[in-house]
Design a protein around this ligand. Sequence first.
Ligand code: URA
Length: 193
Amino acid sequence: MLKTKQDELKELKQKCEKCYNCALGRTRNNIVFSDGNLEAKILLIGEAPGADEDATGIPFVGRAGKLLTNLIEESGLSRQNDFYICNTVKCRPPENRVPTDEEKKICEQFLLSQIKIVNPKLIVLCGATSAKSFLGNKIKISRIRGQWFKLFDNIDTTVIFHPSYLLRNHSEKEGSPRWLTKQDLLKIKNFIS
Ligand code: URA
């Protein structure tokens, strides 16, 4: 019998739960596999789980996640219906440090499989770590955000600022990072509508 997307993702998650291929596996409380809708048109990739995500097993539920959710909803999109959300690595790096290239490489099999199974219309790279994973370590997030690319088999891809950066930048004035992110999300909404 043909496996459904749900079956395939369930199997992948079980494999991930058994993964101790890098040191992050030894310090995690939970793997943080995904949230949202596996039939969504948009697949958003963040950096790595933080403390709240490690405790709950759900991506983007801490302060940064709440801001991301608010921005998504304010733009007229629904976090739970329009997005499948995951991260470059599935386990929390100690002290919330940026995951190393090696950790990202080891975890990449899970992310690439998620992308293949979900088969989104649009990939949103959220923040520098996620953007660097796909576009190279030399990119500058402030230059690349708002730009559109094709990845893999012609999948449209765009880059937005990470909500942790927006938490440190409160201004909503025209041209500010928050303002730019709202523009980016509106463009994303138009794209999938
Ligand atoms: N930051 C991320 O990049 N991902 C999360 O899941 C939480 C915070």
